[in-house]
Each structure stands twice: as C-alpha cells, then as structure tokens.
Design a protein around this ligand. Structure first.
Ligand code: SOE
Length: 387
C-alpha cells in the first residue's frame, strides 16, 4: 500500500491548473511508494478557492494559507503564488516542518532566494524548485547523450525562449510586469527556464554579459477578470509604469569551457511558447524546441554524403521520463511534464532524499539572473559568483 502524502496548494492561477493536473495523474501513471492526496487549495478569495477546489479536484479549500501550512494533516505545500510571495510562503511552511514545491523563479531577487534556501536547510525539509522543463523526456535524453560523451566535447549552447502574449500595447499591467511583484520580466519568467536547462545539460555558468529592454513603458492598469489563462485579463483607463524588462539577451561562459547565448522575450510576434536550444559538440549536435517537444534533432559526425540532422522521436520505453507513459511513439505534452515533476517529488519523499531540481538549483539560477541584470546596469561582464 502506498503511503499517502497530503498536499496543500497555495494559488489559483494558471500554475494551479498545471500542478493539479500533475498531482491528479502522478500516481495512476507512475505508481510508487508515495501517493499524493489533493487535500486543500488556498486563495485569498473564498469564491475563487471554492471554484478551484471543485474544478481541479481538491478535497477542501481555504482562504488562510498560514493556517493551512500548519495543519497536522498537511505534509507537502505546493507554492504557486506570484514571485513576491515565495519568500514568506516558504519561510512559514519550512517553520511548520512541511516539505515544499515552489514555482520558479525562486524569488524576486537573490537575497530572497538565499533566505528561502536557508529556511529549508534550517528546518531540514525537502524542497523542489519548479523548473518543469527538466521533466521533458527529450531533454532528459539530451542530458544522457551529453554526459555519455556521445556529442564529444561541448562547445556551444544557444537558447531562446520566445513568447508574444504581451505584445499589444494595451495589454494590461499584470503582476508579471511590475518589479515589486515579479522581480524581473522575461528574464526571470522565461529566461529562468533556459538558464536552468543550460545548467542541467551543460553545467554551471561562470560569467555573463547581457542587456535588457522594455519596449512598452506604460500600460493600462489591470482589472482582474478571474480565469486562469495568461490572457484572462483586461485593462482600465488609468495607466501605470512597466517596471520590468520585456526582453533580455545575454551571453555566458560555462565553467568547463563551452560558451552560450541566451534570449528571453515576450515580443517575438508569432512565437507562443517557443522554448528552444541547440548544442554543438565535437562529435555531434542536438536541437530541441518545446513546441515540438517530443523530438530531438540530432546530427552526428562521420556520415559523409548522408550527413544531416535527423529527427529522433524521444518517446520510447527507454527514453528517461517516458517509461511509464504510453506505447512507443504515443506522444506527450505540457501537462505530462507536471505529472513527471510530481513523480520526482513523491519519489524524493519515499526515498528520503532531496528532490531535483532543489532550492540550491533555484538559487544558482537566480544568481545568473542577477548577474545579467548587473551586467546590463554596469555595461560589463559579471562573474556570477561575485553577485
Ligand atoms: C508565462 O510566461 C509562463 O506561464 C511562465 O511563467 C511559465 O514558467 C512558462 O513555462 C510558460 O509561460
């Protein structure tokens, strides 16, 4: 019989839907010694909490997150709140002795991320940072190919995470566009993902040089409409300042020699969630893009006149992260990455080990983001370890 892990989730936005999907399907797909029980979801507004509980399948709802995290029948707290809430959510949850899963980026800034790591270390609880793309089978296959030496010495990493959902100048000033609530813009929201993918596949980033830009400086203040989609929002007649970047570009040097380029923008018209990378090694290259997430493009040296990129369908019973899904070639999507993420959290609890990626990964990612911001401000290269 599996051990039940009672989960409480804070937040009722887009990530609540994705994480709830993960918890609902994790045990049916993967089984395992620990089985999540969707105990309680929290929102400040009673109506919103009740609706989310009903729609997503939570047993109970609450409007008091501080009370929820202290409940004796809650084992794991999943934090899906806007970035500025993460520090306090984590500190209180850790103090209550509960394990944690927290959405990325860790916090608004590096000091906040470090305070979160300190809190979980002091409390001795397990903590995972929600870099979901690590759960994509094709990315995990890429990691295997790199670490086994199949691509030879790695020289280049180039990544771009491209979206366009805020391109309209009258798209409202949502919390993601205010520094006070989000910490940064495209840099922290989607640049954090490509930074983590780079660290996962290639290793630590030693130094960076970058620049940030805000194309639309003022937007109509938001009049929240409810709903969980990124575009479920509307603006009023009053305007407010955009205080984060719309786009971030940087290059970096990895500790072991490779060099990399990174681009994160919400102004790439026509690109919806185009999160992609290419890696070139001495013996082979691979490329991947989330909008075609089940494929890895693979080129290997030595094929003469038949050389070229081939499309590898990374949905095979031997593909890491796909083993328990469907028969070979029956592809998976965004939601399944969250199912895999919850499996990792459950396995970590069952095996009494730290989940991957942990808060240390979250801090290291935040350190890179902070270094990019500093590089933009000071117009120079920054050593990541110095921030
Ligand atoms: C919005 O840009 C967003 O929902 C991000 O916050 C997620 O982390 C990303 O995976 C999809 O886009």
């Amino acid at each position: 019989m599996a051990k039940e892990v009672n989960v409480g989730l804070i937040g009722t936005g887009f990530m609540n839907v994705a994480h709830s999907f993960g918890f609902r399907n994790c045990w049916p797909v993967w089984g395992g010694e620990c089985k999540p029980v969707m105990k309680c979801i929290v929102s400040r507004k009673e109506e919103t909490a009740q609706k989310a509980a009903l729609e997503q399948g939570w047993e109970e709802y609450s409007t008091e997150w501080r009370e929820m995290v202290k409940r004796d029948d809650i084992d794991l707290v999943d934090i899906c709140t806007p970035n500025f809430c993460h520090v306090e959510n984590v500190q209180e949850t850790a103090k209550a002795g509960k394990d944690i899963l927290c959405e990325k980026p860790m916090a608004n800034d590096l000091a906040g991320a470090r305070a979160m790591l300190e809190a979980v270390e002091k409390a001795g609880v397990k903590a995972m940072c929600g870099f979901t793309y690590r759960q994509v089978p094709a990315i995990r296959l890429a990691r295997e190919m790199i670490s086994s030496g199949e691509l030879g010495e790695i020289r280049h990493f180039r990544a771009a995470y491209l979206q366009d959902f805020i391109m309209e100048p009258d798209f409202p000033l949502i919390w993601r566009l205010e520094k006070e609530y989000a910490g940064s813009g495209a840099l922290g929201d989607i640049g954090a993902h490509i930074t983590d993918i780079a660290r996962f596949l290639i290793g630590d980033i030693e130094s960076v040089s970058g620049t940030l830009e805000t194309f639309i400086k003022e937007r109509p203040k938001e009049q929240p409409q409810g709903g969980t989609k990124l575009k479920d929002t509307a603006g009023g007649s009053e305007y407010g300042k955009v205080t984060v970047d719309d786009a971030a570009i940087w290059c970096g040097r990895f500790a072991d020699g490779p060099i990399g380029t990174f681009e994160a923008t919400r102004f790439a018209g026509g690109r919806k969630n185009h999160n992609g990378f290419e890696i070139n090694g001495a013996k082979g290259s691979i490329a991947w893009n989330f909008e075609d997430m089940n494929y890895l493009d693979y080129w290997k040296e030595g094929e003469g006149a038949r050389q070229g990129f081939r499309k590898v369908l990374a949905t095979n019973e031997e593909t890491p992260g796909f083993e328990n899904w469907w028969p070979d070639g029956h592809i998976i999507g965004y939601g399944e990455c969250f199912v895999n993420q919850m499996k990792e959290m459950m396995d970590a609890i069952a095996e009494d080990r730290d989940p991957e990626p942990g808060f240390e990964d979250g801090v290291k990612c935040q350190q890179v983001l902070e270094a990019v911001t500093k590089s933009h401000e000071e117009k120079c290269w920054i050593d990541v370890q110095d921030v």
